[in-house]
Design a protein around this ligand. Sequence first.
Ligand code: SAH
Length: 358
Amino acid sequence: MNALGARIVRLIEGQGPLSVAQYMTLALHDPREGYYTAHTPFGRTGDFITAPEISQMFGELIGLWAAECWHAQGAPAPARLMELGPGRGTLMKDALRAIARAAPEFAKALDVVLIETSPALCDVQRETLRDAGVPIEWKSGIDAALADRALFVIANEFFDALPIRQYVKTETGWPERMVVVDNNALAFALAPVAATLDVPQTRGEADEGAVYEVSPSGTALAEELAQMIAGHGGAALIVDYGHEGIGFGDTLQAVKAHKFAKVLEAPGEADLSAHVDFAGLASAVARGGARAYGPLAQGAFLERLGLRERAAQLAKANPTESNSIKAAAARLMGADEMGTLFKALAILPETAPAPPGF
Ligand code: SAH
């Protein structure tokens, strides 16, 4: 067991079992050895690759999506572009370049706020965005003060990293799945007390052993974004892998070096994530007083935003890279790649025109 694992064992021995959410928070964000604290995880040499790292087209199209929403709402100035969990800063760099070229008035009205917990990734983002040409500020979390103007929010592969809690159907109810110590190692076990749980009817009958997941921080955040956008105008785009909230299942996964790993084996060394429950997010958006569009499959969304045309244009300008550009487009849109598993959900004020693509 690694050092963080040994510390978690001692914590559980001293204070009792952890919820899956508490375990995820420690494994991902421990200030010394958490996954996002100690690693820069993306890219071919990292543990996984994200859409903006596959191709510049992804960030460009999303930047233009935000610019179109801004125009459709009467071009409010000043406006703010905010990204949650910007990773290496690649998406924002590509978005700002496309905005500067195609929507310079939007660029002029903008400042940028990046929400990032990892100091190492903040450094990478600072480097990537050195010549961005707009004022950029870093924050470790969102707060209401950020919404003193129209707010355009981008979150790619952010919600899947937010902690989830899991409940398992048994004869007596829905006890919570916990992380305990067994034989000096971390293990899953059910909490002794069966919690009563309000499981949405849309999920149908649960068989014994069915797993029900909730992401309290994800839904709280979606509701807060909805309130901000309802109050001051703007739009949010959430892109992530996930389901539409029908059915049950354990979706917690660990990924290391592009392969699945064991969730409890080496905390801090693998990325932990879970499928995003888009139906849950959409309900939270409604509670926050805004309108949710989608979820829409990433492939269909990018196609409608013009990814094919952009790929053809790029290939024409860079004939030697034409094959890799085509491959990148196929990877982002293909049904057996990221095209269907990944989905887009948008949040807009009730009164605003529908966003492009939806
Ligand atoms: N959007 C990027 C990176 C996705 S990985 C891309 O598409 O490439 C998740 C990102 O969210 C990382 O930057 C991670 O450090 C950050 N992150 C994870 N949990 C966070 C939290 N609770 N608050 C702020 N940032 C968080």
